[in-house]
Ligand binder design. Sequence first.
Ligand code: SIN
Ligand code: FE2
Length: 218
Amino acid sequence: MTLDLFADEDLQQPARLQSISEQGFVLHGFALPWAEALLQALAGVLIQSPFRHMQTPGGFTMSARLSSCGELGWTSDCNGYSYSPVDPLRKQPWPAMPDTFLALAEAAAGAAGFEHFVPDACLINCYVPGAKMSLHQDKNERSLEAPIVSISLGLPAVFQFGGFERSDPAQRISLFHGDIVVWGGVDRLRYHGVLPIQPGQHPVLGEQRINITLRKAG
Ligand code: SIN
Ligand code: FE2
């Protein structure tokens, strides 16, 4: 199902809401009018807490490099996955969540039917060509009632959106600069992932894809 829900004067085409499950949506182009402000705020976050590789509990190095902002940051090491108020690299609180992130997250969640979304955790993933994210569930958050808001910037990606078992078939959805995926409610625990990023140059971000995922973790 595709609806023209919100038109934006800056865009050649109106942003488009695509339903991918009962309570899962792709908001094509929704972040485009915000992209410059997002990238500026992101630069401020990354000066404080730069991207770094993290280890999985199984001893592998994740191919995407990560950072976080907000009250809680998602971390992974040999002991498992957890949310921490402290950046383990700097041993200091994560950078504050920029207001633009909060405002866009609330607007995108609202457009997908989730009112009053106030995230306290923001994971930032940086993918270079070849980097991927294996199928997983977001289930370390204390409040599973809140949706996930996932913003794509830079190089395109193929997003996998599966079922409630890892082995369930997964849809493959192309995501481009400015697209936002929102899922929650009955679909909150669906497996999802990203296929290896293909080589390319993005006019704004060059040879990388950045994903900003906002969640209510505490
Ligand atoms: C994630 O699920 O943590 C990242 C998804 C994405 O990069 O689109
Ligand atoms: Fe995820």
